[in-house]
Ligand binder design. Structure first.
Ligand SMILES: [Zn+2]
Length: 133
């Protein structure tokens, strides 16, 4: 269920790719959390994530969830950024999913992700697009 309050709270992280770096053990958390899962630390400094990364693994969803029906097939990738942080993102600008490959260099770009036609709500977030093309 869509929650405007939740979406708003998450907006800075989603928009700016802002992570939290633990001041105790230097682990970088994305999305940020209140407690570091590595050391239990509770103090963090903001860390802007790099936009460059590579595809660790990916999957192509052929029966998409509501809101994504116009984007079938829908490729999702686990991307490892230049600093080692991994996140799950949609891959954009894919004409042929057969051309996707593990290790493919990508860049994160801010794009429209989906929308709820009935509520008129548009969701934005980061998509990975093939780098250097
Ligand atoms: Zn820590």
């Amino acid at each position: 269920m869509f929650s405007p309050a939740r979406a708003w709270r998450e907006y800075p992280q989603r928009y700016r790719l802002e992570a939290a770096k633990c001041t105790e053990c230097s682990k970088i958390l994305y999305p940020p959390r209140l407690v570091c899962p590595a050391c239990g630390g509770r103090t963090f400094t903001p860390e802007i994530l790099p936009r460059e990364g590579k595809v660790v693994t990916f999957t192509v969803i052929r029966v998409p969830p509501a809101g994504f029906t116009e984007q079938t097939p829908l490729p999702l990738a686990l991307v490892e950024l230049a600093n080692g942080v991994r996140l799950m993102v949609q891959i954009g600008d894919v004409e042929n999913p057969e051309t996707l490959e593990i290790g493919m260099p990508v860049r994160l770009e801010f794009r429209r992700i989906s929308w709820d036609g009935e509520a008129g709500v548009i969701f934005y977030g980061h998509k990975a697009v093939r780098a250097g093309s």
